[in-house]
Ligand binder design. Structure first.
Ligand code: FDA
Length: 454
């Protein structure tokens, strides 16, 4: 019998298990996949180098993940961003510096005015319980798209805002609750922080790839992490839990479920979860991203004065970054297909997707972009144990009808995952803070520490 079973060996579950272990509890982590790291994943690109196919960037205000990375000895390095960026809009590509393309001044002005308005409204959002924000219901029943149509005045400004929403949440503004958009801006420390490289979310990367953090956390836990052990059923009573995985079943005093809310539908609970919790699992869908990486012998775009960062208002990809290892060898460009663009690419064959992405890279970076020596793709919507990313979000009405159950413990059941975070919701940092919080709650439940006051 374990003290606590943790379901899921993503960052959230692993950090939770580490804290429980440090407190002297007997902990067991059950992971469905044959690897740890969940939405962080390294792929080899030769000569001992890796590139990240899942979460990768970290910002200066992501103190929780930075602290855990330091604990396990994983360093950061700055994202390569020196040089001019590219902006492709209305059939034309231009160069720019800074973090917003200046070619469409009226659109940029419209965007900046809307941004100021959004950030003002975001300051009023109650991060712990967005549903109790003044006028929450009204904000929650609007979509981000409806708000833009009402309050933005130029088509180009709206296209910039749509691009920002897609880049940040991997969803179409028409699918997104306006309250969730405001909450996301607030939880991320402002819109600039979400979209910027220097000083923002994309400032740094982890040496050896972000999955190195999960791999080291799991190494420290040793055989207390069981891979290829999908949890199918959880029986929970007032005196303990029984967790059934494919391999075996385990009794424990408590269970921390560290999977995104939409994956709760894959687990049978006995007795059934409260109605609001069951419904929540259908109301917080994940975004949709396919991440492509084209590898080259060297980052050839740098010699041409380009940073490798491009933004596009038309698909099939919406943004690229230089994703080369710290020493720039080999060169790597990462490209993101987001929301409907990613869904449209799924209708093509793998070869068709590669051709479409490389053609776009050639338009942006010139003919050398066709000569990639390795081409990688990862569609997270296709992954059985993820089913979309970067994270779950609320559509219209979601926060005010279901938000209250997001991380509320139910007897001996506790909830982690990046979707339950208050700060940096949906990010690696959020995953870590959610794991820390769930560990505190589970410790209180088994009588080790007093309950957390929230
Ligand atoms: P995560 O999903 O990682 O872990 C859950 C684990 O539970 C998985 O390992 C899964 O296999 C397992 N599981 C599911 N069901 C189970 C069951 N029934 N039984 C047992 N195990 C089960 N963030 C960031 O900070 N910077 C960034 O640049 C990006 N970019 C980005 C790009 C892409 C393409 C993705 C996919 C994601 C990002 N993110 C990101 C988001 C970030 O990666 C993400 O929020 C965290 O890694 C989530 O960690 P969690 O532990 O919460 O969930």
């Amino acid at each position: 019998m374990a003290d606590v079973v943790v379901v899921g060996a993503g960052l959230s579950g692993l950090v939770c298990a580490r804290r429980l272990d440090e407190a002297g509890l007997d902990v067991l982590v059950l992971e469905a996949r044959d690897r740890v790291g969940g939405r962080t994943l390294n792929e080899p690109i030769g000569a001992g180098r890796v590139v990240e196919m899942g979460g990768q960037w970290v910002g200066p205000n992501h103190a929780e993940i930075l602290r855990v990375a330091a604990e396990v000895g994983v360093d950061t390095f700055p994202t390569h961003i020196a040089g001019q960026h590219l902006f492709a809009h209305a059939g034309r590509t231009s160069r720019y510096r800074g973090h917003i393309p200046s070619r469409i001044p009226l659109g940029v002005l419209d965007f900046r005015i809307a941004q100021a308005r959004l950030e003002r409204m975001a300051r009023d959002i109650d991060l712990v319980d967005p549903a109790s924000t003044p006028l929450a219901r009204r904000l929650d029943t609007l979509t981000a798209e409806t708000w833009m149509r009402r309050h933005m005045h130029t088509q180009s400004g709206r296209r910039l805002m749509r691009l920002s929403i897609k880049a940040v949440l991997a969803t179409e503004p028409s699918e997104l609750s306006f309250l969730h958009w405001l909450f996301y801006i607030a939880t991320g420390g402002g819109l600039d922080s979400l979209i910027r490289t220097d000083g923002g979310y994309q400032q740094d990367r982890f040496v050896g790839g972000s999955q190195a953090i999960a791999l080291r956390l799991a190494d420290d836990l040793g055989d207390r992490v069981r891979l290829s052990s999908p949890v199918r059923r959880i029986e929970h009573r007032s005196d303990g839990v029984r967790v059934h995985s494919d391999a075996a079943c385990f009794d424990a005093a408590a269970v921390v479920v560290a999977v995104p809310p939409h994956l709760l539908t894959m687990i049978e609970f006995e007795p059934a979860l409260p109605a609001a919790c069951n419904q929540l699992s259908h109301r917080m869908p994940p975004g949709m991203v396919t991440k492509f990486v084209a590898v080259y012998p060297e980052p050839f775009w740098r010699a041409g004065g380009l940073s490798g960062h491009a933004t596009m208002t038309d698909g099939p990809i919406s943004m690229t970054f230089d994703n080369s290892p710290p020493d720039g060898s080999p060169g790597a460009l990462v490209a993101f297909a987001l929301g409907d663009d990613a869904r449209a690419l799924e209708r093509l064959s793998a070869e068709g997707r590669q051709e479409a992405v490389l053609d776009r890279l050639v338009e942006l970076f010139g003919p050398r972009a066709a000569d990639s020596v390795q081409f990688l793709e990862r569609c997270w919507g296709r992954e059985q144990w993820t089913r979309g990313c970067y994270a779950g979000f609320f559509g219209p009405g979601g926060w005010t009808s279901f938000g209250g159950t997001l991380r509320r413990p139910d007897g001996r059941l506790f909830w982690a995952s990046a979707e339950t975070a208050v700060h940096a919701h949906g990010s690696m940092d959020g995953a870590v803070s959610a794991g820390e919080r769930a560990a505190q709650e589970a410790l209180a439940a088994v009588g080790v520490v007093p309950p957390v006051v929230r």
